[in-house]
Design a protein around this ligand. Structure first.
Ligand code: E4P
Length: 197
């Protein structure tokens, strides 16, 4: 049974790669992080704006503050860059506070660095637009990352949360297959994984 559209995001800040994939009509959004942006030439805001203009869908840009007030201030600046910007907030206590405040302000968020179902539950309760379970890093540590995705989807389904699940920290095309089988809303992947598909 079809539950929702499948969405594929690229996990990169490389304009050329984003443009190439976008021209194929299969990229719905982009996730970035400070490490990915630091690999590219140009000013942070210019890179984020250009990505938004290319994809015309959700583009996650991450805060670097670790306190809620700082995160909210950064989020307000990031949201002004472009309507497509989604503010990436880390799953820490201060991050949960920031998610709640940003929900009230109508600024979309992506709660990142999620490693447990309870963290995903807190993110959704606080009002996150998206939540990003990091399956590759869980696999790296001897867990089955996709088990987390299945748990989160079941919890969200039980309680009717609208938060969308972005399968993140994807290492290979099999993760994309497993994400699709699980019914996750979105998978975000590096350009290398995209090319392997
Ligand atoms: C997603 O939003 C993240 O940028 C990304 O998937 C992190 O994955 P990593 O484990 O490769 O750092």
């Amino acid at each position: 049974m079809r539950r929702h559209d499948v969405k594929l995001f690229l996990d990169t800040a490389n304009i050329q790669h984003i443009r190439e994939a976008a021209e194929m009509g299969v990229v719905d959004g982009v996730t970035t992080n400070p490490t990915l942006i630091s690999r590219e030439d140009g000013e942070f805001e210019d890179i984020v704006r250009e990505i938004c203009e290319i994809v015309g869908g959700p583009v996650s840009a991450e805060v670097v503050s670790t306190d809620a007030d700082g995160m909210v201030q950064e989020a307000e600046k990031l949201a002004k860059i472009h309507d497509c910007v989604v503010v990436k907030i880390p799953m820490i206590k201060e991050g949960v506070k920031a998610l709640h405040i940003l929900k009230e302000k109508g600024i979309p968020t992506n709660c990142t660095l999620v490693f447990s179902a309870n963290q995903a539950l807190l993110a959704a309760k606080a009002g996150a637009t998206f939540v990003s379970p990091f399956i590759g890093r869980l696999d790296d540590a001897g867990h089955v990352g996709m088990d987390l995705v299945r748990e989160v989807l079941a919890i969200y389904e039980n309680y009717g949360f609208e938060t969308e699940v972005i399968v993140a920290s994807v290492r290979h095309p099999l993760h994309v297959v497993e994400a699709g089988v699980s019914g996750a809303h979105i998978t975000t992947m590096s350009y290398a994984v995209f090319e392997k598909m």
